[in-house]
Design a protein around this ligand. Structure first.
Ligand code: HEM
Length: 143
């Protein structure tokens, strides 16, 4: 993050903006032929957790922790095979949603930076530079 003092939640516009962001993001997920089948039929609970998680992450109230505990995001995603294509699609949906709801810099670039890194970390079908610790180095594997 460029500015350690920045409260992205406040700068982006607070709760109504995060609610709208998640609505728009989920509409894009729903329209994506690869992503949609990964999500359950009823996407409302997931939407709720996503909104609370993002508000908390970016400096808003800690409602996710109160309702759901520790995020353990990578672990929660292990049931879904996430490859680089899935990651790219998810990221595109989110970055387009940020622009559609009109979140401006500096919040925009702070959010983009987080989503680029975190979505790569969520890939769980193949080793990547950022999740290699989860997989072990080639030397670890041969031992
Ligand atoms: C920046 C990266 C990501 C973040 C911050 C993120 C965040 C979240 C959160 C907060 C939840 C709800 C967790 C809970 O149940 O408490 C969730 C669920 C889920 N995520 Fe992600 N996610 C990311 C990347 C991805 C990617 C790349 C995919 C697939 C390509 C994905 C697919 C899913 C699915 C299928 C669920 C379950 C939804 C449900 O149960 O309704 N996520 N994610």
């Amino acid at each position: 993050m460029a500015d350690a003092e920045l409260n992205v939640y406040e700068a982006a516009g607070g709760e109504p903006v995060f609610r709208r962001l998640v609505e728009v993001f989920y509409a894009r997920v729903e329209a994506d032929p690869v992503l949609r089948p990964m999500f359950p039929e009823d996407m409302e609970p997931g939407k709720h957790w996503q909104q609370l998680f993002l508000m908390q992450l970016f400096g808003g109230p800690s409602l996710y922790a109160q309702e759901r505990g520790h995020p353990r995001l990578r672990m929660r995603h292990l049931p879904f095979p996430i490859d680089n294509d899935g990651r790219d699609r998810w990221l595109r949906c989110m970055l387009e949603a940020i622009d559609e709801v009109g979140i401006a810099d500096p919040a925009r670039s702070a959010m983009q930076d987080y989503f680029e890194r975190a979505s790569t970390f969520m890939v769980n079908t193949e080793p990547t530079a950022s999740n290699v610790l989860q997989w072990g180095t080639p030397r670890d594997k041969s031992e």
